[in-house]
Design a protein around this ligand. Structure first.
Ligand code: HEC
Length: 136
């Protein structure tokens, strides 16, 4: 009888210890899988990463530039005006900023429409151009 109740108590202790542990483990696992398990819907700002960037207003000129324009404009591929160089001021002096903006959106020569950023707004393209024009 005495022996039996010791075993029962012991079993209860082990069981509750295991329960406490598995509670903590469950919380750990939930925390670990939460980011991956979350479904990101368009327009939903809670997920972070690219989805949030796309839905949190216009991208900066720098962001657009780094993603779409740098490939050609950093080194001047096919005669593209080089970032931060006098190539830009020469073009702006010759045709005016509005024309340069428009050509950035519509494409010109080997320059693709919107510089390959198909989902960029005109404003985002303008901001990317501003980023490439030498400052000051
Ligand atoms: C595939 C290469 C390529 C990519 C990518 C590219 N460009 Fe260009 N871009 C060119 C070339 C080549 C020219 C020169 C075209 C010419 O004057 O005939 C040019 C010229 C321009 C001009 C000058 C237009 C003018 O009137 O003189 C603007 C503005 C411009 N690019 C904006 C951008 C922007 C903004 C991006 C990124 C969103 C971008 N480009 C991405 C190749 C590229």
């Amino acid at each position: 009888m005495f022996k039996k109740s010791v075993i029962v108590i012991f079993t209860v202790m082990v069981a509750s210890a295991a329960w406490a542990l598995s509670d903590k483990q469950r919380a750990d696992i939930e925390a670990r899988i939460a980011p991956a398990a979350k479904v990101c819907l368009q327009g939903d700002n809670t997920c972070g990463g690219a989805g949030a960037a796309a839905s949190s207003g216009p991208r900066s000129g720098e962001q657009v530039y780094n993603t779409y324009c740098t490939a050609c404009h950093s080194v001047g591929v096919l005669g593209a005006p080089k970032t931060g160089s006098a190539d830009w001021t020469a073009r702006i002096d010759a045709k005016g900023l509005e024309t340069v903006y428009a050509n950035g959106v519509n494409g010109i020569g080997a320059m693709p429409v919107k510089g390959t950023c198909g989902d960029c707004s005109d404003e985002e393209i303008h901001a990317a151009i501003d980023f490439m024009v030498p400052q000051g």
